[in-house]
Design a binder for this molecule. Sequence first.
Ligand code: HEM
Length: 231
Amino acid sequence: MAWVTQTLSSSLGRKVIMSLTGLFLSTFLIVHMAGNLQLFKGDGGRAFNEYTYFMTHNPLIMTVSYLLYTSILVHALMAFILTRHNQASRPVKYAYSKPEANSDWSSRNMGILGTILLLFIIIHMRTFWYEMHFGAVPMAEYDGKEYKDLYTVVHAAFGELWYSALYVLCMIALGYHLAHGFQSGFQTLGIRHKKYTPVIELLGKYFFAIIIPAAFAAMPIYVYLQVHHII
Ligand code: HEM
């Protein structure tokens, strides 16, 4: 177990752990976004409720969920430790440093973007995950089988203007966080290749920074418009 303590106590080890957990969280986002697209189906919530039932009853996915919760916590903790460490080792800023000249905005604001996302995840899990596991969620019945009606919970939450607006703003933070984070994860792991690095950069810049956050942001907007009979 000495390697665990060694990894956790070196800056490089902590960065590698941040990369691995960050890339795992990025993969989760693809699955979560694809599953939540069921909200757009217009079937009264059946496909969405069946999907959430599957995600919360399949033993393999349930095990992966614990890895997911751990990854969120470890990713945030490592970021916090690394930031504190960097501040302690350079208490006085370089007199002539001009960070805006040689790095982009998202890379310089990963800490604040990550903090916004951590708060978002806490609020999000309180609304959906906690309600599903410990709350009094209404039931829906399809073909004689009972399902927790999370579709109704989603509609109640996204029917609130402030809650939907908060989601849209947080998805902008997600886009900026992933714009730097996704490709930076590969860089830290030393994965550099003439052919693949440009593909990774394009994936980060368009798929993770724009398409995924836009698809997530479209959900509260769509549900809000539906709840208020605007569409
Ligand atoms: C905006 C559209 C979104 C909707 C409608 C939505 C919906 C839900 C629902 C219903 C659950 C509980 C059921 C389940 O585990 O599948 C859940 C869990 C969760 N969501 Fe979301 N979500 C959205 C966006 C996000 C985003 C952007 C993130 C992360 C940045 C996120 C992170 C999570 C996490 C970590 C869980 C716990 C997963 C688990 O227990 O395995 N969600 N979401």
